[in-house]
Design a protein around this ligand. Structure first.
Ligand SMILES: NC(=O)c1ccc[n+]([C@@H]2O[C@H](COP(=O)([O-])OP(=O)(O)OC[C@H]3O[C@@H](n4cnc5c(N)ncnc54)[C@H](OP(=O)(O)O)[C@@H]3O)[C@@H](O)[C@H]2O)c1
Length: 289
């Protein structure tokens, strides 16, 4: 492997970023991490705190880094931050800064289900962000992830909270499927995408080996905990998502779940040469609890 490149990470306090920074720091990789708020700096890491990633503040500090991993993104909108603003326009800004600072490659996290034919606002914003990156002329790897799970992701934390309360709610039938991937596998794939040319200028589904129904996932997740599983009316779940900004499932969480999106795991396995964790084994082992 060639000398490890100098890496910039945006959205440093997020779930994937935190796991990635820990891993890269352990590998002695030179890292510049950017966040809107203060965070604890790791070994081999420099930190930048920037509310709006303003060019003046950033250019000099990230100049001549090799790869930028763009992990800023939202999956729920508000008046203050909508999809177009954060997922698309912010990416456009990051592409511009990357070009000015002579960064050679961008790694971007889009979403499984993004396609030119989509009609969902969330996916459209991610599609438009992908386009900004593809059209930039920089090298890129675009990942389209399904649910990335670990001990501290939102989805896992949500299920654990429900187990504590004794009941997990499934919106609708639960017969729709998901294709989760473990965060440690994701981090290894990102590291390969940073260091290996074969990932350049590709769009790759970031999905695990098992495509399983939501009901099965929840049953396996809560195995041995005596948790009741209750199916709730889908209309009620959507109603709650529409009128309550703090609802357990946001509108697009429901849209994505029910979308039944399936990715190409074989392609990911082939390009990465990694052995991916079986989600079923992981759930059965209780290691996510
Ligand atoms: N986790 C998954 O299962 C999954 C699946 C599909 C796609 N993705 C995509 O992967 C990326 C990272 O996901 P994640 O799970 O790590 O998400 P996350 O934990 O929500 O982190 C996203 C980060 O984006 C930054 N951010 C949010 N709103 C912002 C705003 N208004 N202005 C500037 N920065 C803002 C924040 O970083 P700071 O607080 O450090 O500023 C936040 O921590 C996102 O684009 C997400 O859509 C994730």
């Amino acid at each position: 492997m060639a000398k490890c490149p100098k890496i910039v990470i945006t959205g440093a306090s997020g779930f994937i970023a935190k796991n990635l920074r820990k891993y890269l720091s352990k590998q002695n990789v030179d890292l510049i991490s950017i966040s809107r708020s203060d965070f604890k700096k790791l070994n081999f890491e420099s930190k930048i705190i920037s509310k709006n990633y303003n060019e003046k503040n950033l250019l000099q500090k990230i100049k001549n880094s090799d790869v930028l991993i763009h992990l800023v993104g939202i999956g729920k909108q508000s008046v203050k931050a909508d999809y177009d603003m954060i997922n698309t326009e912010f990416t456009k800004h990051i592409v511009k800064i990357s070009k000015k600072s002579k960064i050679k490659k961008i790694i971007y996290f889009s979403g499984l289900g993004v396609s030119p034919n989509t009609s969902l606002g969330y996916f459209i914003s991610k599609y438009n962000a992908e386009k900004q990156i593809i059209d930039s002329g920089l090298d890129y790897t675009i990942f389209r992830p399904s649910y990335i799970v670990g001990k501290d992701d939102l989805f896992t934390k949500y299920l654990k909270k429900q187990i504590k309360n004794g009941e997990i709610k499934i919106p609708g039938s639960g017969a729709y499927s998901i294709q989760p991937i473990h965060v440690t596998d994701v981090i290894k794939v990102i590291f390969e995408a940073v260091t290996e040319m074969k990932f350049n200028n590709k769009i790759i589904d970031l999905v695990g080996p098992n495509y399983i129904t939501f009901e099965k996932y929840v049953k396996l997740f809560s195995k041995g905990t005596k948790t009741k599983i209750r199916k709730i009316n889908l209309e009620d779940a959507y109603h709650d998502a529409i009128i309550n900004s703090k609802s357990d499932f946001g509108i697009d969480d429901l849209n994505i779940l029910i979308g039944n999106f399936k990715g190409n795991h074989e392609k990911l396995k082939k390009i990465s040469n990694l052995k991916f964790q079986s989600m079923i084994d992981l759930l059965e082992s209780g290691r996510l609890l």
